[in-house]
Design a binder for this molecule. Structure first.
Ligand code: DGT
Ligand code: CA
Ligand code: CA
Ligand code: ZN
Length: 501
């Protein structure tokens, strides 16, 4: 590559494989193996071919495909065309932050914020909704549509415009008067379900609420700040992540809202991969980076032997790593590298390492990486069986989903949660933007079961340690408070929670 600027094997593969086939692998339920089968057995070369094959029912006849897969492929193709494609929160962030910075560099901006699902930290985003107060709305609209990445101006008005960016993402801009900023922020942050409930509450109080303010008759009683808006309705301030009409309004009325966990509460990270398996940084560098973030501990959780594709560690290599960690820990002050592993849960529910080495670990993360397609009963039994092992601490990325790519595997979550509670096991909120697993709904469910979670970055490189914030967003959407989260505790406190044997 250095000499020719090309990778010959790759160039040959590009000549051999129709370009569109590569895109297929992005569709849910399809990976390289299945795409190859579609190509070899049905001669599918383009998205059009694929759609035709799905409609004619040919896909369900292929070995290992089935009706469900065929339907999902068709749904995904149809969704693509209709422009309803949602983007991951992390991808939206890469677009939103520079755009917002560009807009606020304009003259006479007072306040600016991205509202909508982005502010509620939803796992995927349909479009961005930016709200601004400024001296000159017209000038702001001009600045908005002139932004370099804009490829299409969908609409442009005096106080509202919509553009499409090169990435495909649409962005709405609203300019509102200062005295309406809070009301507009409340309105455009949503969710729609939350807003409808808020509006109906206002109605009962004889008030009217819209994006300009809260009114009694013609008189504005609130609107400048969101706090003011909520207070005028007899509510305490509701954090954006809670605004889904999942009971937050009633909780606010009772004075019973959770104090949501924040990034500042996090004292360590319990899931990361080093060079020893599929990470790209050394244990020492990871530890220094974690300490620089203000953490007190970092668990090194390399894969175990079954995960051959990630160079998983057998007992012997892990034992060497534990010695290395002892040596490294001697160099650190006020920081501890935890001995751990992401232990594979095998098909029969046994763990991928013998007790002799598991008992030397400070903590374990146990995860499924193979056999996603077991029946619901078998998958449930498998995980519960694994939890029977007293060295099972945290269930890693519990549902195995990849957003808009791989569905969660079929499992009886309530039964597993019940089992986890009985055995003193914990669940992970994996912060990787494509996983966010547990989801918001499952975070709330775990809390209702009284099960604590670990919010973990699952870092594979140094910069991944910063992904923690996405896990925090998901946990906040799931109503989690600091006491619901394992890694808001110091290591000695956390250690006492792990005792099972
Ligand atoms: P998204 O973009 O699909 O990820 O989700 P949102 O929540 O950002 O939705 P969006 O962009 O359509 O609208 C932003 C917010 O504006 C939404 O959360 C609530 C508010 N909103 C939009 N349309 C309506 C509406 O017809 N009625 C009410 N009450 N609120 C609305
Ligand atoms: Ca939106
Ligand atoms: Ca919108
Ligand atoms: Zn994993």
């Amino acid at each position: 590559i250095v000499e020719t600027n090309q990778l010959q094997v790759l160039e040959e593969a590009k000549r051999r494989v129709p370009a569109e086939l590569v895109e297929f692998a992005e569709l849910p339920g399809l990976g390289p193996k299945r795409v190859k089968i579609l190509h070899d057995q049905l001669g599918v070369r383009t998205l059009q071919d694929l759609e035709a094959a799905a409609r004619s029912g040919k896909i369900q006849e292929l070995a290992g495909f089935g009706v469900k897969t065929q339907e999902r492929i068709l749904d995904a193709i149809l969704q693509r065309g209709s422009g309803t494609k949602r983007v991951l929160l992390a991808a939206a962030e890469e677009v939103a932050e520079p755009f917002l910075a560009y807009l606020t560099e304009g003259k006479g901006v007072h306040k600016a914020m991205v509202a909508g699902s982005y502010r509620r930290r939803k796992e995927t985003i349909g479009d961005l909704d930016i709200l601004i107060t400024c001296d000159n709305a017209e000038a702001m609209m001009d600045r908005f549509v002139r932004y370099e990445p804009v490829v299409h101006v969908v609409s442009k008005g005096h106080t509202r415009s919509t553009v499409q960016l090169r990435s495909g993402l649409q962005v709405d801009l609203r300019v509102v008067p200062d005295e309406s900023y809070g009301a507009a922020l409340q309105y455009f942050t949503g969710s729609q379900a939350h807003n409808i409930a808020v509006r109906s509450l206002a109605g009962k109080l004889g008030l009217k609420i819209n994006e300009y303010g809260v009114f009694r008759g013609d008189r504005r009683v609130a609107g400048r700040t969101e706090e003011e808006v909520y207070h005028s309705l007899g509510l305490s301030y509701i954090e954006p992540e809670l605004r889904e009409n999942w009971g937050e309004i009633e909780a606010s009325q009772r004075g019973d809202l959770p104090r949501l966990v924040t990034l500042a509460d996090i004292r360590g990270d319990l899931h990361c991969h080093s060079l020893a398996s599929d990470g790209s940084a050394s244990i020492q560098d990871l530890a220094h980076a974690a300490q620089a973030k203000g953490y007190e501990y970092l668990a090194i959780t390399d894969h175990t032997q079954r995960v051959t594709i990630a160079n998983g560690l057998d007992a012997k290599r892990l034992a060497q790593q534990l010695d290395e960690i002892d040596r490294l820990n001697a160099q650190f002050q006020g920081f501890r590298i935890l001995k751990s592993a992401e232990v594979d849960i095998l098909e029969d529910g046994s763990l991928d390492l013998p007790t002799s080495i598991l008992q030397r670990l400070d903590i374990t993360v146990c995860s499924i990486h193979y056999q996603f397609h077991l029946s619901k009963t078998k998958q449930t039994e498998r995980v519960i069986r694994a939890m029977d092992n007293p060295y099972f601490h945290i269930w890693g990325h519990p549902t195995g989903r990849f957003l808009s790519k791989r569905d969660p595997y079929d499992i009886d979550m309530e039964r597993v949660l019940e089992a986890a509670r009985e055995r003193g096991c914990f669940l992970e909120v994996n912060a990787q933007p494509v996983r966010l697993d547990l989801s918001d709904v499952h975070c709330k469910m775990a809390k209702d079961f009284g099960i604590k979670v670990a919010i973990s970055s699952d870092a594979h490189r140094l910069s991944d340690l910063d992904l923690m914030r996405f896990g925090i967003g998901q946990a906040r959407r799931g109503w989690l408070e600091p006491q619901d989260v394992l890694n808001t505790r110091s290591w000695p406190e956390l250690k006492t929670l792990l005792k099972r044997v």
